[in-house]
Design a protein around this ligand. Structure first.
Ligand SMILES: Nc1ncnc2c1ncn2[C@@H]1O[C@H](COP(=O)(O)OP(=O)(O)O)[C@@H](O)[C@H]1O
Ligand SMILES: [Mg+2]
Length: 272
């Protein structure tokens, strides 16, 4: 670990981590990264790069998918949590928003929000009004309280899952592809709100996203993964201006900044 006695350790630190699925499939190799308290960290890279795998091993969910850290270490607030399970990480106030906006479709928006009062089967907040923090950041939800979540739009569902996570008052929030499939303007709005939540609620965030431009705009620091390894890393404003990022990752529209195989190949050629 790099932290010395007189400085706070990072919220999360991965030290030379290797992650293997099913004891056979090497998904992530030699990854060292960290998230300092209060930062938003962008975890970027094409589909299959290993972004979700890293988030899942931090939150412990990866264990239930037969993932294992086979080399290196994961630290949370300075303590070794390598291969810790979800229960332990939940207890440490880590909340993971999985890819795909998982709402309970048959429940109303309000019932979905109330689920945020529970964690790991335990009620963690006793005042029903505790879920009202959601309306501070997403006032739109207040008009939808009685609507079944399955009938709300993709953007509203994303707001709902972020709100549900927010009700947990996590110290660390992991977000997997929050912009996927949303209209560009909505992505801008939701990302600005995430930034506000990060600042006002003091929640450290790691956002895995293929949308490099939007994520770097709100992030403090960024890592670009390819084939399970870190290819680039820098403070977000520096990373955004690097030629490789400008040319291949930012594109012009949100759609274009997703990767084709050809781009993927070009990036690798240039970086190696
Ligand atoms: N549960 C799993 N079991 C086996 N292999 C997996 C599993 N989840 C992901 N992988 C593999 O690990 C690699 C990284 O995947 P992932 O972390 O999902 O990448 P990303 O989130 O960057 O798209 C991919 O090759 C993927 O097929
Ligand atoms: Mg993923």
């Amino acid at each position: 670990m790099s932290a010395t006695a007189d400085e706070e350790p990072p919220v999360v630190e991965l030290d030379n981590v290797e992650i293997v699925y099913d004891r056979t499939f090497l998904a992530v190799q030699g990854v060292s990264m960290e998230a300092e308290e209060g930062d938003i960290v962008a975890l970027l890279g094409p589909n299959g790069a290993g972004k979700s795998t890293i988030l899942k091993m931090i939150s412990g969910i990866g264990r239930s998918e037969r993932g294992e850290v086979t080399r290196g270490s994961v630290y949370f607030e300075g303590e070794d949590v390598t291969n810790a399970d979800t229960k332990e990480m939940v207890g440490r106030n880590v909340t993971h928003i999985l890819e795909g906006r998982r709402v309970f479709e048959d429940l109303t928006v309000e019932e979905n929000l109330r689920c945020g009062l529970y964690r790991d089967g335990r009620r963690i907040r006793y005042d029903n009004s505790d879920y009202e923090i959601a309306f501070e950041y997403f006032p739109q939800l207040e008009d939808l309280l009685d609507v079944e979540a399955g009938y709300t739009s993709g953007g509203e569902q994303q707001m709902l899952v972020i709100s549900r996570a927010l009700i947990h008052r996590p110290d660390l929030l992991l977000l997997d592809e929050p912009s996927l499939g949303l209209a560009p303007q909505l992505v801008v709005d939701i990302y600005e709100t995430l930034r506000k939540i990060n600042r006002e609620e003091d929640i450290t965030m790691i956002i895995a996203d293929q949308n490099a431009k939007r994520t770097l705009e709100i992030a403090d620091y960024g890592y670009v993964l390819e084939n399970g390894q870190i290819e680039l890393q820098d403070p977000a404003d520096v990373l955004m201006n690097r030629e490789e990022i400008k040319e291949f990752y930012l594109g012009t529209s949100a759609e274009e900044s997703r990767y084709s195989d050809i781009r993927h190949y070009k990036i690798r050629k240039r970086w190696k």
